[in-house]
Design a protein. Structure first.
Length: 54
């Protein structure tokens, strides 16, 4: 059960950080690039959470 919490937390943080990256170069928070980077960050967070929980 603890590993699910870690994976969910890192997925959430990864998605948030990923969605903020396009805002650094001046696009909007609700742009298409922000959605794509949020998905990439979420997948990276899942992978990182899985590696941490092992």
């Amino acid at each position: 059960m603890q590993s699910k919490k870690i994976i969910f937390l890192t997925m959430t943080v990864g998605g948030y950080v990923g969605s903020y990256i396009p805002a650094l170069w001046g696009t909007g928070e609700f742009s298409f690039a922000s959605i794509i980077f949020s998905a990439i960050g979420g997948f990276a967070g899942i992978w990182l959470g899985y590696k941490i929980s092992q």
